[in-house]
Design a protein around this ligand. Structure first.
Ligand code: SF4
Length: 283
């Protein structure tokens, strides 16, 4: 196995597993013994690390938080030293880290960790609730990160946060939306709002995450696929294609995942299959 790394990219070559990763725009291409093979897993360690660095208080206070974060509850933050220990234990095949956080300022070492990853050739990404994004945070994120996602927690602030990231020059700004039977109708309004307000500014993708009955208020929401009162998977696929065409967002707006613990992996499997891998992973 051979890894070739430059400031703008990384490649791994071996007999049965190979990849090329472009750090500048997140392009990732994987192949196996021949270019027609797509290996099931990397035998040399993860391509992407999903890393929770905080748990506890989160001003998002989502009723459906699968991480059980929210109100003023006990918090735990990974320290910078702990982060460095983990970072150096991950095999060199790693390309990106998807940081799991609460609020952006919850973990005092968050940006220090991202900077450390960046300086050591690993691209950081994160998902936030959008409530505390300032222009300075947006600029620093644009400097360090490949991608950022904002969960739709507060209509006004989430949209403003996305605009701030776009104005700071980020190319891969996504929105995460929890899709359940109860939130299903609003999802279509969101697609229209994005197509009208954010797509012209360079917004990348809305990611529909299926409801996970875990953590806070587990089972308070209904999975649109489990109880298809409103939608079957086929319906959503059709609506997705239709909306994409109607909104002229060229196939970048509607994506959904299978919604279990493997969300990030499944999700990006789908994105890679459907949109030819021009994405950076989001956790
Ligand atoms: S923003 Fe994320 S971490 Fe915070 S409560 Fe909502 S789902 Fe949980």
């Amino acid at each position: 196995m051979k890894i070739v790394e430059k400031y703008n990219g990384k490649a791994l070559y071996s007999d049965k597993y190979n990849y090329i990763f472009r750090k500048t725009d997140g392009f990732f291409m994987r192949w196996g013994e021949t270019e027609h093979d797509d290996p099931q897993y990397s035998p040399y360690g993860p391509e992407i690390l999903d890393l929770e660095i905080s748990s506890g208080k989160c001003n998002g206070r989502c009723k459906f938080c699968y991480k059980d974060n929210g109100e003023d509850i006990d918090t735990h933050h990974m320290t910078f030293e702990e982060f460095k220990t983990i970072f150096h234990k991950i095999p060199k095949a790693l390309t990106q880290i998807a940081f799991g956080i609460c609020d952006i300022d919850s973990n005092p070492d968050f940006f220090k960790m991202m900077k450390y990853a960046y300086q050591n050739g690993i691209i950081p990404n994160y998902t936030c609730n959008g409530l505390d994004v300032t222009p300075a945070i947006a600029r620093e994120t644009a400097r360090l990160c490949g991608a950022v996602a904002v969960s739709l927690v507060n209509n006004k602030k989430s949209y403003e946060a996305i605009s701030k990231f776009l104005e700071a020059g980020m190319k891969q700004v996504n929105m995460h939306y929890m899709l359940s039977e109860e939130t299903y109708d609003r999802a279509f309004e969101v697609v229209d709002e994005i197509a009208e307000d954010l797509s012209p500014k360079g917004f990348n993708a809305i990611v529909f995450l299926q409801y996970k009955p875990k953590g806070k208020n587990a089972d308070a929401f209904d999975n649109v696929f489990k109880k298809p009162k409103k939608a079957t998977k086929k319906d959503i696929e059709m609506l997705g294609d239709w909306r994409i065409e109607e909104s002229r967002v060229k196939g970048k707006t509607l994506i959904y995942s299978n919604g279990d613990n493997a969300i990030p992996w499944m999700l990006f499997g789908l994105i890679e299959d459907k949109f030819n891998a021009e994405r950076i992973h989001m956790g």
